[in-house]
Design a protein around this ligand. Structure first.
Ligand code: HEC
Length: 126
């Protein structure tokens, strides 16, 4: 009984703290969406958000997520062309010293995990 009440209070506190009843997974996906919008949507179509956007030679996130190794590709995108020219990951050596043709941005491995959580949600929508 005491445990039940405690669990109830704890859950309420948790929901109050996080602000909404979303699970941790969808929080990550939401943050991943924000990051994708900020950093990737200029070139990539990242979902409904910019269905007609992106640049022609960049594959859309919704298309890439269909491949079996999409997770691997996203986790290592910064070492795959053309990203090494404009993407910096702290703690990693610069992959390329070519003059960036696109404003360079920095991204951490944790942030890449969030993007992967977002991309995962695209698997079911198309
Ligand atoms: C300046 C434009 C540009 C930006 C910004 C950009 N990309 Fe890309 N990306 C490309 C292009 C172009 C390709 C296609 C490369 C090819 O086919 O050789 C690509 C390919 C990819 C691929 C597939 C790579 C492979 O080899 O399979 C992934 C995954 C990817 N991008 C993820 C991202 C993520 C995540 C972001 C944001 C954090 C991002 N990209 C930002 C231009 C961009």
């Amino acid at each position: 009984m005491v445990i039940r009440i405690f669990a109830g209070v704890f859950t309420c506190a948790l929901l109050t703290f996080t602000g909404h009843p979303l699970s941790h997974a969808s929080d990550s996906a939401e943050l991943g969406f924000q990051l994708s919008r900020q950093l990737c949507s200029r070139c990539h179509v990242i979902g409904e958000f910019n269905r007609m956007g992106g640049i022609g030679n960049s594959p859309s996130f919704t298309w890439m997520v269909k491949s079996d190794d999409w997770r691997e590709r996203f986790l290592t995108f910064y070492s795959r062309r053309p990203h090494p020219v404009f993407t910096r990951v702290p703690g990693y050596a610069l992959w390329s010293d070519v003059e960036p043709y696109y404003p360079p941005f920095q991204i951490t491995l944790d942030e890449i995990d969030l993007i992967v959580a977002y991309v995962e949600t695209l698997r079911d929508t198309q």
